[in-house]
Structure formats: C-alpha cells, structure tokens
Ligand binder design. Structure first.
Ligand code: SF4
Length: 318
C-alpha cells in the first residue's frame, strides 16, 4: 500500500480546509470501504483526514424532518426509535446491508460514498475507466452478471452498491454538506463519459447530515441477493404505499442493484396513482421503470427479477 499521512481533526472547518487544499487528501470515518480499496491498490491517497471526532452523530426530528448526522453508525441509525417508528424502509435497508460488524463501524455519510463492487474496479491489475479514466471497460464484454441494466454508458455499467441510498431516494431525502443542501435525486451522477465522477460533491466538500421528511405511507425494503447476509443486491426495491380502498392513493418506488445510481422513475409512480393494484397495472409500471434498459450477456435476468419484485413488495404493503 502506498504511504500516506494521517491527521485527526476536531471541527468541520478544519476538516474541510485539510482536504480541500490537498488534491490527494480525503476524509476517513469508519473506513470499512476506503481501507480495503487502499490495501488492494484500487484507490490511493496521500493524506487521510480522520473526522470521527466531529460532533456529527446526532439523530433528531424537527418539524417533521428527521436529521441524521453523517457520522451516525449504520447500526445506531437502524435501531433508533425515530427511524424504526417512522421510516421502516430506512431501517430495513440498513439492516439488509453488509454484516453486523461492518454496520457497527460504517458511518452514514461513508455508506453513501462507498465505491462500486465491480470486480475489475477493485482489481488494480485490470483496465477500468472508473479507476483509470480512458483505460477501457472490460465489464462490457466480460463478467457482468452483477452490473447495471439501467443508466449505463459505453464507458461504465457499474452498479451503485448502497441499500441506504435507494431508501433515501424513495424518501425524497436531502444531503446536507458543509456549504449547501443537495436534493438526493441530484446527488449521484450517471457515468456518461466520466464514470470516475460519481457524486455532485466537490473535492473537500463534507457531508454533515442527511434529512428525511416524514412520509405518512406504509414502507418496506425488499432485497434480492445471492445469499441472505453480507451480500449486495442483485435487485432491491424501496417502496412506500398508501391505498384508499382498492385504489392506490400514493406510491413511491426506488431500485437498487440494477442501475449505475439509485433509480427512481416517477412516471411509473404516476401511472399507478388512482388505479387498482392489479398484476396488469404493476406490470405496466415495471415496463416504465425499465424503459431504456440494456441487458448484457450476464445480467439480463435482472430485468425479469425486477418485474417480479414490484408485485411482491407492493402486495406486502397493501
Ligand atoms: Fe470499471 Fe465501470 Fe467498467 Fe467496472 S463497469 S470495469 S467500474 S468502467
């Protein structure tokens, strides 16, 4: 592993200054992803700024908005009474993530910035446009069972791995940084021709909290994966539903495991509102979600799996 310097900081301004002024610097909190990447040579940093001492762990509700400090650990967020009692989707998505040990260490902000699990990205000996811009994307013709069918480009088809991000997208969350507020729908970038650029954050910008407005709807998170723990989604759905009799009054649907960023198609939600929840209306909504989907030789099964996942979770919430 390449040598790096390590500094602990105690306030947000100092943290931001320390990273913003040094191109090779980055923040470290739980380190559950970053340290693996550095040890594997998939990411190198000259300087790590340890932000664990910053006062950013508070979880509170104010005026109908849940605020979660960026350094709150996944375990603590999932178990918090405000989260369990009001945001079932969020709690379920967190508990479906990683392992208990990882959840005890990993911070909320870091979870949102974890890098893709694409094997070529994590293998420093492989070409990869995301790790080394312009070097190519071997996943297009190679091993792509876990890759995206939505939101990809000729430069990258890597899936965003965060369950938490899917729930936050469905819940219309806001990312709060040291300098601005970013609606969650604008937080992640499509790969396009620049897959190394993954979020709207600028270098040195620090996530300080995530805000989630209350949602008076039944909620849940369905994660389909190859084994039942410590595994990433092949297809995941974060859903919220409010019925009036047999008719859908309101619905939210966001998807993970299938796209280069957490995926939500509000046209599909609009299509379901005011309609009975039938196999036909749910299939029509799935077709809208999958508009523009591109299947590769290894991942075409995700399209059928997504179609089947929608009725499973909506029937469960009905
Ligand atoms: Fe790299 Fe993206 Fe291609 Fe994977 S899919 S090899 S991350 S460019």
């Amino acid at each position: 592993m390449k040598a790096f310097s390590y500094t602990q900081v105690r306030d947000v301004d100092q943290a931001v200054r320390s990273v913003a002024g040094t191109p090779g610097a980055t923040f470290i909190a739980g380190g559950t992803d970053l340290l693996n990447l550095m040890k594997d040579g998939a990411q190198s940093q000259d300087r790590l700024i340890d932000i664990n001492a910053l006062p950013l762990t508070e979880i509170q509700m104010r005026n109908g908005v849940l605020s979660i400090g960026a350094l709150a650990r996944m375990t603590d967020v999932a178990a918090h009474p405000l989260v369990r009692g009001n945001f079932a989707m969020l709690s379920q998505a967190l508990l479906a993530s990683a392992s208990p040990q990882v959840r005890n260490m990993a911070a909320l902000g870091g979870n949102l910035l974890q890098r893709t699990r694409c094997g070529y990205f994590r293998d420093a000996g492989s070409a990869c446009n995301k790790r080394t811009p312009g070097s190519g994307c071997p996943a297009l013709e190679g091993e792509n069972r876990g890759h995206a069918v939505l939101g990809g480009s000729d430069h990258c088809i890597a899936v965003n791995p965060s369950d938490l991000a899917v729930a936050l997208l469905a819940l219309d969350a806001t990312v709060v940084t040291n300098s601005r507020r970013i609606p969650f729908k604008d937080f992640y970038l499509l790969p396009g021709t620049t897959p190394h650029r993954e979020t709207a954050l600028t270098h040195g910008e620090l996530i300080v909290a995530v805000e989630v407005p209350l949602l008076n709807m039944k909620q849940g998170y369905l994660k389909l994966r190859d084994r039942t723990t410590f595994e990433f989604a092949v297809v995941a759905v974060g859903a919220a539903l409010r019925m009036r009799g047999r008719v859908v009054q309101d619905v939210r649907l966001a998807f993970g495991g299938v796209a280069t960023k957490p995926w939500r198609v509000q046209d599909a939600e609009n299509m379901l509102r005011g309609k009975a929840l039938t196999p036909e209306t749910m299939a029509a909504a799935a077709d809208v979600v999958l508009r523009g989907a591109v299947a590769r030789h290894g991942n075409a099964f995700k399209i059928e799996l997504l179609k089947r996942a929608i009725p499973v979770i909506l029937e469960d919430l009905r």
